[in-house]
Design a protein around this ligand. Sequence first.
Ligand code: IVH
Length: 668
Amino acid sequence: MSILKQIQQLRTEINEHNYHYYVLDNPKITDSEYDLLMRELQTLEANYPESITSDSPTQRVGAEPLSAFAEIIHTIPMLSLGNAFDNTEVYDFAERATERLQTKEISYIAEPKLDGLAISLRYEAGLLVTGATRGNGHQGENVTQNVKTIKNIPLCLRGQYPEILEVRGEVVMPKAGFAKLNQQQVAKCEKIFANPRNAAAGSLRQLDSNVTATRPLTFYSYAIGAVSEANLPKTHSGILHQLQEWGLPVAQQNQVVQDVKGCLQYYQTILAQRATLPFEIDGVVYKINDIEQQEILGYISKAPRWAIAHKFPAQEALTQLLAIEIQVGRTGAITPVAKLAPVNVGGVTVSHATLHNQDEIRRKDVRINDTVIVRRAGDVIPEVVRVLLEKRPTDSQPFVLPNKCPVCDSAVVRIAEEAVARCTGGLFCPAQRQQALQHYVSRQAMDIDGLGKKLVVQLVENNLVNNPADIYDLSHEQWAGLERMGDKSADNVMASIDKSKATTLARFLYALGIREVGESTANILAEQFTSLEQLELASEHELQQITDIGPVVAKHIANFFQQPHNIEIIQRLQAIGVHWSTKDSITQILTEPTLAGKTFVLTGTLLQMNRNEAKSSLQKLGAKVSGSISKNTDYLVAGEKSGSKLEKAKNLGVAILEEAEFIELLGK
Ligand code: IVH
């Protein structure tokens, strides 16, 4: 047998053993036999280095440390999940689904909600080519070198796999490995990790993959992203099974259950097993098993309508409330925050908890020096649950929020229908100014590298910057004159400011800090309006026609663009050179027919694309996609099993397109 063939055979053999060990949890040989095979391969490869390929089982470590992670755009966004905190919320979720699907019985797949960090793995021709963190869902970090060090992630797929396959799942640090890692950290006098999730995230985001390789990380798949295979199983459980066949690890606790009753039984079972599971979980996830039903349900904003996370009860602890501090937010919102005697709540040290607003303080009657119960649930900011009245000092006084802003002394007012009080200082208030600027320069917004919080604070304190446009006017001397800055750092900041001028419309809209316009809304606006000028002119009514934009958001957007000083700042920014590509508007002009101004409604099941793809294709051509039929609807796209919307469209005389006609219209 030729050496190359021998090497190839050894690799196949080792990969099979990996599969039995890591995926099937059923090893066929002992660890020392496995080590012998690995050593044999290493020796052969050392003698024939030209035979080494990137997918060889020996190639998990050894990459050069990086100076930064490159960015990766997810071809299909990585979504998050809605949460249910009690049984009623699960029933509500299921009821919404049964109503929309017009069916009573639903099969779900119930899965543990793994407490780690989400990643996407991309395989091309069966080889692992990239691993990316979730990031903001649209864009993550390229952590391929690190992902390759995770032993249960296959470097190459098994069997008959599609040309392109993206696998989504969670990287976790098992409890045992976490405990051991912290012991080692103590021994090395290095910082210990608060919980397995932080440890997993910290380990995966190491610039040196050799460090990641020493960390006990494990991966479990729970979904697929882009895939070049039309003939996938028609259920989520089938897809998970298929992933396992391709060599990917899947949590063994996943189970198909019937209806809410089955979901809730699963919840109890897993809750009872929680302490003995090898990894941390913070709840369970229910997903509607039938893919066709998933497609009918679609998505709202960033989360699917066909899945929900049922969170385990939050963890609580007792502590002392030392003071109530007042925070002023970016939009002037005044938030009272409890300063607490630090206390460990489920593995995390908590020293602050939100008190939300005046009504909450009054309702819970929270006072300084009270003994309180604090709670934290997953990622949510810790909160004060209640006060132990029997421990209250006799001289305590009810707490009332100040009526003057503690930062700028402007009046604090509360609009009738809002729960929060706001400082009326606007950009005159240094707290608001600072946060507006921080938001503007942040990674998801204008992404000005090297302009962090400390610098922004100095800019505001020294009155160098009043609004985002002022940042671009600062001279080299002004930058270099700031604390802990010098010529070199000034050059760097100025270079990143210059670089950030080339941006996208979505980022720019998000950066403006319009109330209620987060990343997802900014993306929608940028897709709907091909130019900023068009958006500036849109009326509240027009904005409301856009799916996912409700009346409140529409009002904030319209208000924002009606303020002359906002327009002035935008014009200044554009004059300074902030710009974005208008690629979309060019494609719109070039692709006939253009659908600008036309309103579409989608109903029923489309066979050749899912709802989201249909929607985004329409939006790219300038059309609006609405959720309900009215006389303003131009077209109803009727897929299979169209129900009441089809009837209504017929009654109103709205043009109806079948799927084939629709695809033709899109020019696909
Ligand atoms: S599915 C389209 N399944 O929870 C839905 N997510 O809160 C995509 N997570 O970002 C997620 N276990 O990091 C899904 N069995 C599971 C999960 C799971 C943990 C995480 C994941 C996601 C977050 C959403």
